[in-house]
Design a protein around this ligand. Structure first.
Ligand code: VG1
Ligand code: CO
Length: 542
């Protein structure tokens, strides 16, 4: 039976950079999840009888939440609900599946790189029929609805068995449990030269993939060890765990430290990679060299035509504003456009749909292409492997060659986690105000050329997004960017992005933090970080 349950709004259900993220206990509060799911459906039109894809990253509360989503979706009139077996679907696999089966949309249960477990984070994202994150127009409507909602509809049927492949019915809707890997794997086979990668691995090339106890485990086992013949044990931490083994499933040098240590050691394999909670991020480390995500995007763009899926060339590239301009140098040489968007994958959707961009990336270890509408961790690893299989060079040589050709964008991000929210907001407000008077000012060897709060005009749908991060740009191409995170769940996270360009022929071999020392020092004083937040050093350096 379908029940209509009266409810009252919660006031804090505003989706952030990528969906709604809160602590697990908040999501477990009666009606909290139900309200949000119903608010999503109340903000959509025309889904009666249509298909909804549902899956998650396996974190704590995933299995319970899947039941709520399916029962609310069936009660609201969806005709078919497609769920990954065990409740598992990586974010990219969900995007691929939505597109492949022509679903109306999808719900992905994930707080991505945030920690999990009973006291950790949970999250809900809605993706549209094109496969990408809902644009701001929809997330704004969802938030508005959460503030007025007075009832939700739900089926009172017993729980669905999500661990067995097959089809059942729920209030007239067909519920299909599908293998989470199958369709994703066949898509990857259309893009990459699996034979060439297999030959590379058979020639003695060794790799390690750290799935961080998160969602990519099953994908990595099937693809790297299964299809491509990498030796057993190549994939580590390959079983998704509800608490990610107590770790933070964020593939950066802080949280994927073991992988980094291995790759810098004498026994390092040729190639190391990791992915995040929901499988959309990637970390790439060659033997003896960490590849910064902004560099990785540029190197992939420069070599993409070596993969069959991109052999015809790239229509254009896109990067989020805080991402370094490394890929812009490649675009210039290729004679294609480089777009600069606000942070968050949702801003790439229109460019990809319109065929304006083929590759996209973010400095936060997200890279992807027009094959789906999300960033894609395993895809990025496969593109790297495809390129290495064709070039037959080490990662280190490839990166150095890239810098010698295009120059090097020294780049770092300093995060100040869990700072006081109002202090962080005041800090950004003060910077925003300072943008009017900063141009022309000199700090040591650095002269401010321009300063603003980044605004984006979408060239496809004409929408405008303001206040996307304060940029301070210096003569010679260096810059400092400040913005507040939209994915955290405690206080505020201040992100400071620092970049300096060294042209080909310049000093390309410096240690990153040393190369950026003056800018880093200035980034602290300009924003009065210590005075306003009490922090003398960042919590994470990426
Ligand atoms: C962060 C990253 C952003 C990314 C977002 C979602 O957002 O900076 O580049 O798109 O996470 O990634 P913010 O607002 O915290 O800076 V994921 O893999 O957590 O969905
Ligand atoms: Co993610």
């Amino acid at each position: 039976m379908i029940k209509t349950v009266p409810t009252k709004p919660f006031t804090d259900q505003k989706p952030g950079t990528s969906g709604l993220r809160k602590k697990v206990p908040e999501f477990q509060t009666p009606r909290y999840l139900e309200n949000f799911i119903q608010s999503i459906f109340d903000s959509l039109e025309g889904f009666q009888g249509k298909t909804l894809v549902v899956g998650g990253d396996g974190r704590y509360y995933n299995r319970e939440a899947i039941q709520f989503v399916a029962k609310i979706a069936a009660a609201n009139g969806f005709g078919r609900i497609v769920i990954g077996k065990g409740g598992i679907l990586s974010t990219p696999a969900a995007s691929a599946l939505i597109r492949h089966i022509g679903a109306f949309g999808g719900i992905i249960l994930s707080a991505s790189h945030n920690p999990g477990g009973p006291e950790g984070d949970f999250g809900v994202k809605y993706n549209i029929g094109a496969g990408g994150p809902a644009p701001e127009k929809i997330t704004d409507a969802i938030f508005a609805r959460t503030k007025t909602i007075d009832a939700y509809k739900i089926s009172d049927a017993p729980d669905i068995d999500i661990d067995r492949l097959g089809t059942a019915t729920l209030e007239g809707a067909a519920v299909e449990i599908v293998d989470p890997v199958t369709q994703y794997l066949s898509l990857m086979k259309t893009l990459f030269d699996f034979d060439a990668i297999r030959a590379l691995i058979a020639s003695g090339f060794r790799m390690r993939f750290d799935a961080m106890h998160a969602v990519t485990g099953p994908y990595a086992h099937a693809i790297f060890e299964g299809e491509l013949g990498a030796e057993a044990g190549t994939v580590v931490n390959g079983t998704p765990l509800p608490d990610f083994g107590g770790h933070h499933p964020d593939p950066n040098l802080t949280y994927a430290h073991d992988l980094y240590e291995l790759m810098m050691s004498p026994s390092a394999p040729d190639f190391g990679a990791a992915s995040d909670g929901d499988g959309d991020r990637n970390l790439i480390i060659g033997r003896g060299i960490y590849v910064a995500p902004s560099d990785s995007l540029a190197i992939l763009a420069a070599n993409a035509t070596l993969a069959p899926g991109y052999a015809k060339g790239l229509a254009g590239v896109a990067r989020s504003m805080p991402t370094s301009a490394a890929v812009d140098h490649v675009a210039e040489k290729l004679g294609i456009r480089a777009y600069e968007t606000p942070t968050g994958w949702k801003f790439f959707g229109n460019l990809l749909d319109a065929g304006l961009a083929t590759l996209c990336g973010e400095e936060s270890a997200g890279t992807g292409s027009d094959h789906i509408r999300e960033k894609d961790g395993v895809w990025a690893v496969l593109l790297w492997l495809n390129i290495l299989a064709k070039r037959r060079k080490s990662v280190l040589d490839l990166v150095h060659e890239h810098w010698r050709t295009y120059g090097r964008n020294y780049y770092t991000r300093h995060d100040f986690d869990e700072v006081d929210l109002s202090a962080a907001q005041a800090l950004v407000a003060a910077l925003r105000e300072a943008t009017a008077t900063l141009p022309g000012k000199t700090f040591g060897a650095l002269t401010v050329e321009a300063a603003d709060d980044f605004a984006y005009h979408d060239p496809v749908d004409g929408s405008d997004s303001k206040n996307q991060g304060v940029r301070i740009m210096f003569k010679g191409g260096s810059r400092i960017v400040y913005r507040l995170s939209g994915t955290g769940t405690v206080g505020a996270t201040l992100r400071v992005y620092i970049e300096r360009y060294e042209p080909p022929g310049g000093d390309l071999g410096q240690e990153t933090q040393a190369a950026l020392k003056d800018l880093i020092t200035l980034s602290r004083s300009l924003a009065e970080i210590e005075k306003r937040t009490g922090r003398t050093k960042p919590s994470v350096i990426a």
